[in-house]
Write a protein that binds this ligand. Structure first.
Ligand SMILES: CC(C)(COP(=O)(O)OP(=O)(O)OC[C@H]1O[C@@H](n2cnc3c(N)ncnc32)[C@H](O)[C@@H]1OP(=O)(O)O)[C@@H](O)C(=O)NCCC(=O)NCCS
Length: 488
């Protein structure tokens, strides 16, 4: 806990009472504001803090990643990201984020072995993913695959049946679950990638790196030998992922921690984070950015597109960031990697369009005054494309690098006091009940029934029960009878 560096002198003009609110290292504890109260009739009400979108509210004490968006600084465990990037591979960074120090060779091998052991999917997971048409959206397949893994993980089940916390304060059990979660998610990405393309799924190999095994499971083999992971991709991702491994309290990390505060298992927490990660204003922005680039089609149409953005008829996805008011330091690292793979990257026809947009965004006052710059995820996508990753699978792969940071945050909570996240609201609705309707006014006639024809409504769903039990037959009879009543 940071020490007190000053205080706020607050006077509540409603009561003329004064308060001293301590400041710790440029933050106040919201709880200290709850000393500010007012009487509502007989009841004393604490002051609430309304912060839509959490623009000034911190929800965690964390020692993992430090970002100074004004000075363009990112640090992992106190080390500038540039140094981490220069001296390490992704497995080192995984260790650094999760366990606050760089690993020995033996520790790296132990992590590999644990992740490998969890990465071979059981039939139930394979069946779950294969149940989707290959043309389905990637995101629901990923979530279903994760869910199928939760169903077979004994610890995940135990969190719902044990009355004392399974992971909290029990870091050994937690660490094993963290490594299984990483293995599960890798396998799901590999399976989904293969299923969508009709590729044979290859099980991982012992002693391979996390990225090496992901590539094997995705069917991205060394083009020279046809076996083992593609070394160019493995080497490049091992650096690129360092840039994405954690980004302190993002929307998806907060979602993960929100789930974690209920003491659920880490796989479920990761699923909560992934659900946010796919939203259009977060990781999902990458898909939309690509779609926009494809629609623009040629650099000559960029000015028209830019005018639409400025007229607020569209949003420039992949641009803008809540915390960077200067250049994101990760961009320079990604640009270095792009330069190393220039021959591959320059083949992407969308790159020229993106660079033209970037040129305008760097000069036009609309973008400059709002600090709207390309974000690191968008830039990294050109590298993914150059390395042969298709658009539908880029976000899931980016999320795998971020899962590490998310799990580091989850692990951090296990040594902090248990606290269920339960935000408040500021109620702005009526406090007087609307006049009740008389029974005749309120009764529902057949014309109000939303489904006019039950047969039409059920025809829209693809589900046909394989076998109808007696109980189900009775229910169907009852529904048909009611539907006949509605029609009559
Ligand atoms: C990331 C993002 C949600 C951050 O939002 P924010 O910090 O809350 O910023 P706001 O939404 O309050 O926007 C501030 C101003 O910039 C504009 N703006 C922000 N992002 C913009 C974008 N990508 N394109 C066009 N205008 C944008 C807003 O319209 C607003 O303009 P105004 O001052 O005239 O009202 C936002 O920049 C965005 O929607 N970006 C596109 C989605 C994306 O790439 N997300 C990935 C983030 S990792």
């Amino acid at each position: 806990m940071a020490s007190e560096t000053g205080h706020l002198r607050v006077v509540d003009s409603r009561t003329e009472k004064g308060y001293l609110v301590p400041i710790y290292d440029n933050h106040i504890n919201a709880k200290d504001l709850s000393a500010i109260t007012i009487l509502d009739g007989e009841v004393s009400e604490k002051l609430r803090v309304l912060d839509n979108g959490f623009e000034t509210t911190a929800c965690m004490d964390s020692a993992i990643t430090f970002i100074d968006g004004k000075r363009g600084q990112v640090m992992y465990r106190g080390i500038p990201i540039q140094d981490v990037f220069r001296d390490n591979d992704f497995e080192d960074v995984l260790h650094l984020l999760l366990w606050s120090r760089l690993p020995t060779k033996e520790e790296k091998l132990a992590v590999r072995a644990a992740v490998f052991a969890a990465s071979t999917p059981p039939q139930s997971v394979i069946n779950t993913i294969k149940a989707f048409p290959p043309t389905a959206e990637t995101y629901p397949m990923i979530i279903a695959g994760i869910s199928a893994f939760i169903a077979i993980d004994a610890d995940a089940a135990n969190t719902r049946h044990q009355h004392s916390p399974l992971f909290h304060g029990n870091l050994e059990v937690a660490d094993a679950a963290i490594l299984r979660t990483i293995g599960y998610y890798s396998a799901v990405v590999g399976l989904v990638h293969c299923h969508k393309r009709g590729l044979k799924f290859h099980t991982p190999e012992p002693n391979r790196s996390l990225i090496g095994n992901l590539l094997i499971m995705m069917g991205k083999f060394d083009p020279k030998t046809g076996t083992g992971p593609d070394p160019t991709i493995e080497k490049c991702l091992s650096k690129l992922w360092i840039c994405y491994a954690d980004h302190e309290m993002t929307n998806s990390t907060a979602a993960l921690l929100h789930a974690a505060s209920t003491l659920t298992d880490p796989i479920s927490c990761v699923m909560a984070g992934l659900i946010c990660g796919y939203g259009p204003l977060h990781g999902g922005a990458i898909d939309l950015a690509y779609e926009a680039l494809e629609k623009i089609g040629h650099p000559r149409y960029v000015p028209v597109f830019i005018e639409m953005i400025k007229a607020k008829k569209a949003r420039l996805f992949g641009y803008g960031h809540r915390i960077y008011k200067t250049r994101d330091p990760r961009l320079a690292l990604i640009e270095d990697l792009i330069a190393q793979h220039q021959d591959l990257v320059s083949k992407d026809p969308l790159l020229e369009i993106a660079l033209t947009i970037d040129k305008v965004a760097n000069e036009d006052p609309y973008f400059v005054s709002r600090n709207l710059k390309a974000n690191a995820d968008l830039l990294g996508c050109f590298l993914y494309s150059a390395l042969g990753f298709e658009r539908d699978i880029i976000v899931p792969v980016i999320c795998l690098s971020r899962v590490i940071g998310g799990l580091a945050h989850w692990r951090e909570t296990l040594s902090q006091p248990i606290k269920l996240w339960r935000p408040l609201q500021v109620y702005s609705g009526p406090k007087v009940a609307p006049e009740a309707k008389s029974p005749t006014e309120g009764s529902i006639s057949s014309n109000d029934f939303p489904i006019k024809n039950l047969a039409d409504a059920t025809a829209q769903t693809a589900y046909t029960p394989p076998k109808v039990s007696l109980r189900a037959k009775a229910a169907i009879w009852w529904m048909k009878r009611n539907s006949a009543l509605v029609k009559s």
